[in-house]
Design a protein around this ligand. Structure first.
Ligand SMILES: Cc1cc2nc3c(=O)[nH]c(=O)nc-3n(C[C@H](O)[C@H](O)[C@H](O)COP(=O)(O)O)c2cc1C
Length: 189
């Protein structure tokens, strides 16, 4: 049986330059009964999803109740392939366009599912607030995910799981602690 949680990872170099997302992915891989993973940049290295890719992504989403988007913050958003993935996968007549349909039927395929975001940011936590250099909280940064969830009839955790200061001398112990905290957070969803 498939795990109940699908983790969609968007990192352009997950097995190379990534430190945080790679460690988090390694943690997930130890619990295949709980988590299925889609590594988008490994699956679609050309950055293009063809019809077979779109069908595979939709099948994965349909098979899970909880969907996690895991990525490094790039320009207060996610790496580009996650946007392409959303544009292609959340099509009319599949994710939306069926207002009178029951949840799970064409046009409302994502209705009733639970979404959440797990991200890491180079900047320090203190800058992610109204008074900080970023000017917005993490919850505000993920508004596009929250609004999209609303539109397709899903729910999105308003607060992302977030590791800050990844480019600020992040130590191995802190990284390890974040992987454990990530696993615990996932299990609360
Ligand atoms: C193109 C690019 C854009 C970035 N934009 C941001 C940003 O807007 N805010 C921020 O806090 N960190 C930003 N960073 C830092 C990344 O979030 C950081 O490299 C990441 O958390 C490290 O995760 P990893 O070890 O999995 O690669 C950016 C990094 C890159 C490469």
């Amino acid at each position: 049986m498939a795990a109940s949680t699908l983790v969609v990872i968007a990192h352009p170099d997950l097995t190379g330059s990534s430190r945080v997302n790679r460690r988090w992915a390694e943690k997930l891989a130890k619990h295949p009964d709980e988590f299925d993973v889609r590594d988008l940049y490994a699956l679609y290295p050309s950055g293009v999803l063809d019809e077979a890719g779109i069908a595979a992504e939709r099948a994965a989403l349909e098979a899970h109740d909880i969907i996690i988007f895991q990525f490094p913050v790039y320009w207060y958003s996610a790496p580009a392939l996650l946007r392409t993935w959303t544009d292609e996968v959340y099509g009319f007549g599949w994710a939306y366009g069926g207002e009178d349909a029951a949840p799970g039927e064409p046009g409302r395929k994502l209705a009733g599912k639970k979404f959440a975001v797990a991200m890491c940011a180079g900047d320090i936590e203190g800058n992610y607030c109204a008074e900080g250099t970023v000017g917005f909280t993490p919850s505000e940064v993920i508004v596009p995910f929250r609004a999209t969830a609303n539109y397709v009839g899903a729910t999105c955790e308003p607060e992302p799981f977030c590791l800050f200061g990844t480019e600020n001398g992040l130590g191995d112990e802190e990284l390890e602690a974040s992987a454990a905290a990530y696993l615990s957070w996932l299990r609360t969803l």
